[in-house]
Design a protein around this ligand. Structure first.
Ligand code: ZN
Ligand code: ZN
Length: 112
């Protein structure tokens, strides 16, 4: 078989991308999960400690520490961390079940 035979079919003339290389590189550098950014940031600002029970974490169990949004809006991510609270998974769970329970209770009776 001759080398030239592989080139028998015309190559598609269509360009794969019109974007300048800078643009493509910029896109490649974007983190695949932009939402994980605020977590790292919050852990950095508030430290590896649960804001509720005070349990401390390190790199071996930091995945148990989650970021809670104080106003309940995960899109509200001020860079100063004022809407974040680092909570361990247990306290975070508790926090949210309390919210629901609280709503449920206050709907029934309005004491206090
Ligand atoms: Zn906790
Ligand atoms: Zn939360």
């Amino acid at each position: 078989m001759k080398d030239g035979e592989w080139g028998r079919y015309p190559k598609p003339k269509k360009k794969v991308s019109d974007k300048p290389i800078e643009e493509v590189l910029k896109e490649l550098r974007k983190p695949p999960f932009p939402h994980s950014d605020y977590r790292e940031r919050s852990l950095k600002i508030h430290g590896l400690i649960c804001a509720k029970c005070g349990r401390e974490f390190d790199h071996t169990n930091r995945h148990l520490l989650t970021v809670h949004h104080k106003d309940g809006n995960p899109r509200n991510n001020p860079p100063d961390g004022s809407n974040w609270e680092n909570l361990c998974v247990y306290c975070h769970d508790d926090e949210h079940s309390r919210e629901l329970l609280g709503k449920y209770l206050t709907e029934g009776e309005e004491e206090e």
